[in-house]
Design a protein around this ligand. Structure first.
Ligand SMILES: *[C@@H]1O[C@H](CO)[C@@H](O)[C@H](O)[C@H]1NC(C)=O
Ligand SMILES: *[C@@H]1O[C@H](CO)[C@@H](O)[C@H](O)[C@H]1NC(C)=O
Length: 180
């Protein structure tokens, strides 16, 4: 008796969910990520997943043109690198000796990276795209600089540096869109 009630309940639920999913599926138009796909395809094989995850996280991404996507990408890169800078500041408050020296070098590299991202944003405001590739590519170098500052010891910033590399590769791909 209990079993058949449970079964009935289950069937009702299952049918309800099925009906609901049909309604939802037919009413939701999939977002247009054509430009995201295009930009991210050039970041394969290492960063295409990162690229899509990052860009599609922004509400401006669906249907975006290349310039909008550039603002999304460099804006997110700026926020990300600022977060890392804050993380470095907090790590510095509790470190001494060599680790402290390594962290101080990384703080400098991230300050440079943030300045480059800001310059890219300023250039975009004045519709000047010629230096975007350079600014984007230099982010990769700063990420590598920070990673190698810890050479021989465990870096607490490896994930952050990987993220900065990802933003660099995305920026280079978007710059290519804007320069043509
Ligand atoms: C940077 O972005 C990545 C990918 O979205 C995220 O996982 C990471 O937590 C971000 N880091 C900071 C410091 O905001
Ligand atoms: C400072 O570092 C020590 C040792 O790693 C740790 O136990 C402590 O929680 C840290 N303090 C802060 C404020 O991060």
């Amino acid at each position: 008796m209990a079993t058949s009630h449970a079964l009935l309940l289950f069937c009702n639920l299952a049918f309800g969910l099925l009906a609901l999913s049909v309604v939802v599926e037919s009413s939701v138009v999939p977002p247009d990520y054509a430009e995201v796909d295009h930009v991210c395809s050039r970041t394969a094989p290492y960063y295409d997943k990162f690229c899509k995850d990052v860009l599609e996280s922004d509400p401006r991404a669906p249907g975006a043109d290349a310039l909008t996507l550039a603002y999304v990408a460099f804006g997110l890169a700026h926020r990300n690198a600022s977060g890392t800078r804050d993380q470095i500041t907090s790590l510095l408050s509790n470190s001494t000796g060599l680790v402290r020296q390594h962290l101080e070098r990384c703080r400098g590299y991230y300050a440079t990276a943030l300045a480059n991202i800001q310059e890219a944003l300023n250039d975009m405001d004045s519709k000047t795209y010629g230096r975007l590739t350079y600014f984007s590519a230099s982010l990769l170098d700063r990420a590598k600089d920070c990673e190698s500052a810890f050479k021989g010891t465990k870096s607490p910033l490896t994930d952050n540096n990987e993220d900065l590399k990802g933003f660099s590769v995305i920026g280079v791909s978007i710059a290519e869109e804007l320069i043509v």
